[in-house]
Design a protein around this ligand. Structure first.
Ligand code: UDX
Length: 437
């Protein structure tokens, strides 16, 4: 089977590479020449464990190809996945210009049946727009060629993307023809050997599932952050509360971790976009608006705690940050709580020194030399008045507290991800606070 994937961003590259790993002949298409040239050399544009090896292996085997020209492969492929970006426009709605441009290119150049599958996260109704855009181009050419559209939202998590794709919890596919259904069934069968969870729906429902799933997860996080903040006020321990409620099988134990707010490319964007879709349909999403509001506040929680500790005065204080990426195992800093925190600290007159195992270059690219970049995690705390743990990278999990205490000016640690044992820090002579207890 031959397929094409348009867009070699996060979703596109992982999708293309994983399909090729299963023996499918995949052509990845991107308009950016430099990206395609780099991919041919085995240089991938993102940090994702396991992906580089897989790209190299399949490229060398000839199953994975890279090109800037979609036209070139249209006559050979049965399916075209569209995984181009849908950046939020000024009002938070998903901008469909790239998605529709792909559709028009297909309409202008196709000569035989093709199934066009949207993998980008797009609002309900997009597949219909894709269909119309293709049809319009066919009409202009005055030709009649059969085609189908489908919606196949992607649920992969950054840092686990390859695993998520190879062993999915479920695959959701919205279709409107038996032919499209049969093609998608064939394509995903190899991934479903032990756990057959291929869910077929109509197209609008598939489009809605992605937004609803991400919004539900974001809701759990904001809810738990609210509960954590309340725990502090009433003298409860959110860790115990989390375990207690997570043991109810109706609730489940995942995604109940309070912290310093959710970030990343998906949750913030998708929550905003769903609120917008609802507004456009005259329906106010009250819960989701609160989810956003709680999250914005939570991104400042470490700053507020520190400010309180230093009685409202952080001028001239030296603050260390461990972790910049929005979560471990990625260099992604989109909507990262660290960015809000850095802004607030600098605004309050503090000096900030940061360390992240992978996201230092990304941080430099975004904020330049507003902060000092440490050479390692212990260098970050040199003469510091406080250490803020922002991202729970593995290497931050068991620091030598003796060294930390000796290196810092004032031994104050604020743990934004609740990964440390209070007892250990107190024993080392460090003042410790965390979220929700
Ligand atoms: C998310 C979804 O999980 C994925 O299914 C979807 O396809 C894309 O969006 P991702 O953004 O890569 O994936 O990361 P995820 O691991 O879900 O974490 C998102 C954010 O929530 C991170 O900032 C993380 O720190 C935060 N989070 C997660 C919490 O604060 N508490 C939790 O319990 C879980």
């Amino acid at each position: 089977m031959k397929i094409a994937i348009v867009g070699t961003g996060y979703v596109g590259l992982v999708t293309g590479t994983c399909f090729s790993e299963m023996g499918i002949d995949v052509t990845c298409v991107d308009v950016q020449e430099s990206k395609i040239e780099n991919l041919k050399k085995g240089i991938i544009p993102i940090y994702e464990p396991g992906l580089e090896d897989m790209v190299h292996r399949n490229y060398t085997a000839g199953r994975l190809k890279f090109t800037t020209d979609l036209k070139e492969c249209l006559d050979e492929v049965e399916v075209v996945f569209s995984a181009v970006g849908t950046p939020p426009d000024e009002d938070g709605s998903a901008d469909l210009k790239y998605v529709l441009e792909v559709a028009r290119t297909i309409g202008r150049n196709m000569n035989k049946y093709v199934l066009v599958v949207t993998k980008s996260t797009v609002p309900v109704g997009t597949a219909q727009k894709v269909k119309s855009a293709i049809q319009e181009e066919l009409d202009k050419r005055n030709v009649k060629i059969e085609f189908d559209v489908a919606s196949n939202p992607e649920f992969l998590k950054e840092g686990d993307a390859v695993d998520d794709f190879m062993k999915p919890d479920r695959v959701v596919v919205g279709v409107e023809s038996e032919k499209a259904k049969a093609i998608m069934e064939r394509l995903y069968k190899p991934f479903m050997m032990n756990n057959y969870r291929l869910i077929f729906t109509d197209i609008p429902s598939a489009e809605m599932i992605k937004y609803a799933a991400n919004s539900m997860l974001a809701t759990r996080i904001s809810f738990m952050n609210d509960i954590a903040n309340l725990c502090e006020l009433v003298g409860a321990d959110v860790n115990m509360v989390r375990k207690g409620i997570g043991a109810d099988s109706r609730i489940g134990s995942k995604f109940l971790y309070p912290g310093c707010g959710y970030g990343g490319s998906c949750f913030p964007k998708d929550v905003k976009a769903l609120i917008k879709t609802a507004e456009k349909n005259g329906y106010p999403m009250r819960v989701l608006k609160a989810v956003e509001e709680v999250n914005e506040r939570q991104k400042s929680i470490l700053f507020e705690k520190l400010l309180k500790h230093y009685n409202g005065d952080l001028k001239g204080k030296q603050i260390a940050l461990w972790g910049l990426a929005f979560k471990p195992e990625t260099d992604d800093m989109r909507e990262a709580p660290a960015l809000v925190l850095i802004d607030k600290l600098i605004g309050a007159g503090a000096n900030v020194k940061v360390y992240d195992p992978i996201a230092m270059d990304e941080c430099r690219r975004r904020i330049g030399d507003k902060v000092v970049y440490a050479t390692d995690m212990y260098d970050a705390v040199l003469d510091a008045d406080a250490l803020l743990l922002v991202t729970e990278w593995k290497e931050f999990r068991m620091p030598s507290w003796g060294v930390v205490k000796k290196t810092m000016k004032k031994a104050v640690v604020v743990d934004g991800r609740n990964i440390y044992e209070k007892k250990e820090l107190i024993e080392a002579g460090i003042e410790y606070s965390c979220i929700g207890k």
